[in-house]
Design a protein around this ligand. Structure first.
Ligand code: PEP
Ligand code: MN
Length: 324
């Protein structure tokens, strides 16, 4: 929103009054003095701003993502409430679906732990063409059967437009991977299936670009969009990515959106997952996506960032004790 000042107003005093209301005004130079107030966790009415001495008018700029703004804080995916104060939703499972036996055995353990969504990639985006690429369509079926057997929902990635239909038929929640967040052709096709989308943040995307990618999904028919913060790339290779929990807080507390945090990809290290999981929930995350593997040392992808089920069990018990 834009706050215009009267010619005789004292800009410093108006700025102080805005800051005192918990706002983040940014002075705009031009004809007269104006302040722009961006998205802000403190909600004030136009009347309150007009009551400040020196304020001549308040204008509301049109949002570039009206459908995202209109999305409710809490969404339902296959009967699971996500966000808006619902209990933390846990999505867990291996990075890749490696065999029918593997996904069935991990699903049995996760079902017993109260996990809601079984994750796992059938189509894998790998950096090297020589790395395991996923078992494709066959793996989707194994995952669906394992999830149904143990009372879980399915979240899995649609990597390409050619797979969008079959993935959306098998999944309860269709994942768009980080590398595809700005693949608008894929977003349109997946959204056109009408399924809810888990939109992972591109590792180099700004929050605004992420919000606009979500707007694409809603505009093209997605039932809802759940954001997933999975870390961004920085100058520091100490952890695999830099898990941006400020974005989780901003999306949840300012934009009022459901956001899931993925500390597995965000850190690349299983020993950091518990700390970052607690921090994510404290920052307002609606839930967590955690890679889990029966034998992380033998995993075909992302073993170092997978928790064995026993460690996941401990973490979930601690989360429950903390009342989340
Ligand atoms: C994944 O969830 O397995 C994955 C490939 O994640 P990302 O797109 O965040 O790298
Ligand atoms: Mn992975």
């Amino acid at each position: 929103m834009i706050v215009h000042l009267r010619p005789e107003a004292n800009p410093g005093a108006v700025q102080k009054a805005l800051v005192a209301r918990g706002l983040w005004p940014q002075r705009l130079e031009g004809i007269g003095v104006q302040y722009r107030i961006g998205s802000c966790s403190n909600h004030v009415t136009s009347e309150e701003l007009l009551a400040i001495e020196g304020v001549a008018g308040v204008a509301h700029a049109a949002s570039p993502h009206p459908l995202v703004d209109a999305q409710p804080e809490q969404v339902q995916v296959a009967g699971v409430a996500i966000g808006g104060g619902a209990p933390a939703v846990i999505m867990a499972g291996p990075c890749s679906i490696e065999s029918q036996q593997q996904i069935d055995s991990i699903a049995a353990r996760l079902g017993a732990l109260g996990v809601s969504f079984l994750r796992g990639g059938a189509f894998k985006p790998r950096t090297s063409p020589y790395s395991f690429q996923g078992h494709g369509s066959e793996a989707l079926l194994w995952q669906r059967q394992a999830a149904d057997r143990y009372g879980l929902k399915v979240v899995t990635e649609a990597l390409a437009e050619t797979h969008a239909q079959e993935v959306s038929q098998m999944a309860d929640l269709v994942q768009i991977g980080s590398r595809n967040m700005q693949n608008t052709a894929l977003l349109k096709v997946v959204a056109g299936t009408g399924k809810p989308i888990l939109l992972k943040r591109d590792m180099a995307a700004t929050v605004e670009e992420w919000l606009l990618a979500a707007e694409y999904c809603l505009h093209h028919g997605a039932a809802s969009v759940i954001f997933c913060e999975r870390g961004i790339r920085s100058f520091d290779p100490t952890t695999r990515y830099v898990l941006d929990l400020a974005s989780a807080a901003l999306l949840s507390k300012v934009h009022r959106q459901p956001v899931i945090v993925d500390p597995s990809h965000g850190t690349g290290r299983r020993d950091l997952i518990p700390a970052l999981s607690h921090a994510a929930l404290a920052a307002g995350a609606a839930g967590l996506m955690i890679e889990t593997h029966d034998d992380p040392g033998g995993a075909l992808s992302d073993g170092p960032q997978a928790l064995p089920p026993e460690e996941l069990r401990k973490l979930l018990a601690d989360i429950e004790t903390a009342g989340r």
